[in-house]
Design a protein around this ligand. Structure first.
Ligand SMILES: NC(=O)c1ccc[n+]([C@@H]2O[C@H](COP(=O)([O-])OP(=O)(O)OC[C@H]3O[C@@H](n4cnc5c(N)ncnc54)[C@H](OP(=O)(O)O)[C@@H]3O)[C@@H](O)[C@H]2O)c1
Length: 261
């Protein structure tokens, strides 16, 4: 199936690693030009080298989205270089392992940082890209949330709260006729546990290999974690021209991990 993305321009925040990079790859494979932003210049370089192999235009902007007006700086660069963005994937986020088990022992700073990195980053990029999408009379905004911000509801409260805010952001925007009638859709993709090398799951497994295997067996009906590519495949479809009627959805991609209906 042709996703109708050839020649369009996408921004994937946190697109240099994990789910973001897998998404950037799938969009580039569809002929979409892809801009990415994240902190490490080395990761950005290796990601863009890989993406360029698809013959698309790429743009990498180094920025720490927990600092000052970094999102605006990213958008200033993208607008200056490309002047357009029709697809925004609000992927940057995380903080599900930040803080402590004991809520009162967790500094308030953790709550605000996690909210900033997830929900406010999505707000800032969406706010800046909407005028560009309206001008193009077409747009796709997909936000990577989590089952913990949706039908699972568990997880550390600052993370669950921030992810639920992202889901609410997409849903409320999807109900605004003036945006949707300009051809823009807003959806969330809620992954369950996704294995990404050199992130928290490796630490958990190394600390207690048997306990980790037991947890996977109990919590994951498939008997394994998901892959970034399995999430990216859903995101790429939502970005496609075939997904015009999918608006305001929160799509769980968790292999059956979450218990909610
Ligand atoms: N993996 C999972 O199990 C899982 C489950 C549910 C939801 N999610 C969600 O999926 C999204 C992607 O997670 P992931 O697991 O793919 O993460 P990841 O592999 O750690 O990748 C995160 C990306 O964001 C960038 N990044 C991190 N902090 C940043 C900051 N302060 N400023 C700018 N860029 C930053 C990273 O690059 P640099 O480090 O170079 O900045 C990297 O490109 C997140 O929203 C996460 O909450 C993940």
């Amino acid at each position: 199936m042709d996703y109708g993305l050839k020649g369009r321009s996408a921004l994937v925040t946190g697109g240099s690693h994990g789910i973001g990079l897998a998404t950037a790859r799938q969009l580039a494979a569809e002929g979409c030009n892809v801009a990415i932003c994240s902190r490490s210049a080395a990761r950005l370089k290796s990601a863009t080298t890989e993406l360029e192999a698809y013959g698309v235009r790429t743009l990498a902007v180094a920025a720490d989205l927990l600092e000052g007006n970094a999102a605006d700086q990213v958008m200033d660069t993208v607008e200056r270089e490309w002047g357009e963005i029709q697809i925004l994937v609000n992927n940057v986020g995380g903080g599900g392992r930040w803080g402590k088990e004991i809520v009162e022992e967790t500094e308030l700073r953790v709550w605000s940082d996690v909210y900033e990195k997830n929900a406010m980053a999505a707000v800032r990029f969406t706010h800046r890209t909407l005028p560009l999408m309206r001008r193009a009379k077409w747009g796709r905004v997909v936000t990577i949330t989590s089952i913990f911000g949706g039908n699972e509801g568990a997880g550390r409260p600052w993370f669950t709260m921030a992810k639920a805010a992202e889901t609410a952001l997409m849903k409320s925007l999807s109900r605004m006729p003036y945006l949707v009638r300009d051809g823009i859709t807003f959806n969330s993709v809620a992954p369950g546990g996704i294995y990404i090398p050199s992130t928290g799951f490796d630490d958990e497994r190394d600390r207690d290999p048997k306990g980790f295997a037991r947890m996977i067996d109990l919590e994951y009906p498939l008997g394994r974690l998901g892959t970034p590519e399995e999430v990216a495949a859903v995101v790429a479809f939502l970005c496609s021209t075939h997904a015009g009627l999918v608006n305001g959805a929160n799509i769980t991609v968790d292999g059956g991990q979450s218990r909610g209906l």
